[in-house]
Design a protein around this ligand. Structure first.
Ligand SMILES: C[S@@+](CC[C@H](N)C(=O)[O-])C[C@H]1O[C@@H](n2cnc3c(N)ncnc32)[C@H](O)[C@@H]1O
Length: 397
C-alpha cells in the first residue's frame, strides 16, 4: 500500500488502524532522524515509503545518489524504527561509499530530469528489426506487444527453426530496449504454441515459448516484474482441439488441460533507480496527476477478459487488454510502441487514453487495415507514416 487513502469522512486507512505514523511524510521524517542519529543522514534521500500490511511496518527505501542502498522499517503503531527489519547501518555506509562516483546510467538521467519524447503518432511499415533502428534511443515510454507465433499459423509467421525465431525476437526486443526510456516497461502477451502433428502416427508438440522468451528478454537488459495471467471464459480453448481426446476416452496419461489462459509478462528496463524516480521526475507532473488509475483497477495477476476476433487478422488481442496495460504502465501523453502492431489494437487504446502511439508492422495488408482503423477511431490526424503513404481519410471510405 503506497497511498494515504482518504475516506469519505476525511480519515485515512492509517487512522482507522490506529497507526501513529499516518503519512508518507511522517515515515520519511522518522527515517531521516534515525539516520541523523547514526551520523548517516547527510548522504541520503528517500524513495516512496510503503506499508507492509503483514507486520504493520512502513518500509522507507534509502537512496544514495541515484541508487537504492537499503531500507528503514518503522513500526506503524509505535513509530519506532525496527532495527532487525532495517538494513544494517554498516551496510548502508558501505553501499553509499561504493555508489559514490558511479556514472549515471542513461542519457536521460544525466540531469536527473526526464525529457519529453519528440515522437508523434507514427505508423512504420516494414520489418521492425530495421525500422525501429531509425528511431532515437530513449524515445519510447512503454512497449506493449504480442509477437508473431512460432509457425503457429503459416499465413503470417514462418521460421525454419525455433532458434531462428527466438534470435529474431531477441533482435527486435533489443531495439525495444534501446528505444525505451530509463526504467520504463516492456509488456508482452504470449502463450505456448501447439505444433500440430504431421500424421496420425506422430504426436503434436507444444512449445513453451514464454519460458524461452523470458531469458531472451532478460538478456536484452530487462528485469522481470510480473507474470499476469489473461484468463478467457470457459469454452474459449476448445477450438484448439486440446483435451478432446481425453474428454472422450478418459484414460489416465492422456489428460491434456484445455488452455484458457495466456501470459502478459511485465519487464522493466534495467536501472538502479526506483519506479518512484520515474514518477517524481516525469517532465509533465500535470499528466502524472491526470493519469491516476481509477478505483476499479485489477488487483490480482489474473485478468479475466474475453478474447477478440476479426476477419481482418487471425490473432488480435482485445482492446480491453491493451487499455489496461496502457493505463497501468504509462502516463497521459507518453509514447507507446507496438513493434508487432497487426491492425493497430494498441493504437486504439492510445487514442482512447490520450497516449501517443508508434505502430510497426511488416504486412502491407495489416498496415492498410490499420490505417483505415485509425481513420475510423479518430486517430488519423497528423500521423507520421514511414515507408507507407499518408493516411487520406477521405479516400478510405
Ligand atoms: C500476434 S500479431 C499482433 C496483432 C496485434 N496485437 C493486433 O491486435 O492487431 C503479430 C504481428 O506481427 C507482425 N510481424 C511479424 N514479424 C514482424 C516483423 N519482423 N516486423 C514487424 N511486424 C511483424 C505480423 O504481421 C502480425 O501482424
Amino acid at each position: 500500500m503506497t497511498e494515504t487513502s482518504v475516506r469519505g469522512n476525511g480519515t485515512t486507512v492509517y487512522d482507522e488502524r490506529g497507526y501513529a505514523v499516518a503519512s508518507v511524510a511522517e515515515a520519511k521524517r522518522i527515517a531521516g532522524e534515525y539516520l541523523c542519529d547514526l551520523d548517516l543522514g547527510f548522504a541520503y534521500g528517500f524513495g516512496l515509503p510503503e506499508v507492509d500490511d503483514r507486520y504493520h511496518i512502513w518500509r522507507v527505501p534509502v537512496i544514495s545518489g541515484e541508487s537504492a542502498v537499503g531500507e528503514i522499517a518503522i513500526d506503524g503503531r509505535t513509530s519506532l524504527v525496527q532495527e532487525s527489519r532495517s538494513t544494517e547501518p554498516e551496510m548502508l555506509r558501505s553501499r553509499h561509499l561504493s555508489d559514490a562516483g558511479k556514472p549515471m546510467s542513461t542519457k536521460n538521467s544525466g540531469s536527473g530530469v526526464i525529457v519529453r519524447s519528440e515522437l508523434r503518432n507514427t505508423v512504420l511499415r516494414g520489418d521492425s528489426e530495421s525500422t525501429l533502428a531509425e528511431l532515437p534511443a530513449g524515445s519510447v515510454d512503454l512497449v506493449f506487444t504480442s509477437p508473431p507465433y512460432f509457425n503457429a499459423r503459416p499465413d503470417y509467421s514462418e521460421y525454419a527453426e525455433y532458434e531462428d525465431y527466438l534470435a529474431k525476437m531477441g533482435r527486435v526486443i533489443g531495439q525495444c530496449s534501446r528505444l525505451l526510456a530509463d526504467g520504463r516497461f516492456f509488456v508482452i502477451n504470449i502463450s505456448p504454441v501447439l505444433l500440430r502433428r504431421a500424421s496420425r502416427s506422430q504426436a503434436s508438440r507444444r512449445i513453451a515459448v514464454p519460458f524461452d522468451l523470458h531469458s531472451v528478454i532478460v538478456k536484452q537488459g530487462f528485469d522481470f516484474i510480473d507474470d499476469i495471467i489473461w484468463e478467457k471464459p470457459e469454452g474459449a480453448g476448445w477450438a484448439t482441439g486440446r483435451g478432446r481426446r481425453f474428454a472422450a476416452d478418459r484414460n489416465p496419461l492422456q489428460y491434456k488441460a484445455v488452455p484458457v489462459t495466456e501470459y502478459v509478462l511485465v519487464y522493466r528496463k534495467h536501472t538502479d533507480r526506483l519506479i518512484d524516480w520515474n514518477i517524481r521526475k516525469h517532465h509533465d507532473q500535470d499528466a502524472v496527476a491526470r493519469s491516476k488509475v481509477s478505483d476499479d483497477y485489477e488487483k490480482t495477476n489474473i485478468w479475466r477478459i474475453s478474447p477478440s476476433s476479426t476477419k481482418d487478422h487471425p490473432a488480435v488481442f482485445p482492446v480491453e487488454l491493451a487499455e489496461r496495460v496502457v493505463q497501468y504502465y504509462s502516463f497521459s501523453g507518453d509514447v507507446v510502441l507496438d513493434p508487432f502492431a497487426g491492425i493497430g489494437t494498441v493504437a486504439k487504446a492510445c487514442i482512447d487514453n490520450d497516449r501517443r502511439f508508434v505502430m510497426a508492422e511488416v504486412s502491407d495488408e495489416y498496415i492498410g487495415t490499420m490505417k483505415r482503423n485509425l481513420a475510423k477511431w479518430g486517430g488519423s490526424g497528423d500521423v507520421h507514416c514511414i515507408n507507407t503513404d499518408p493516411i487520406n481519410d477521405g479516400a478510405l471510405f
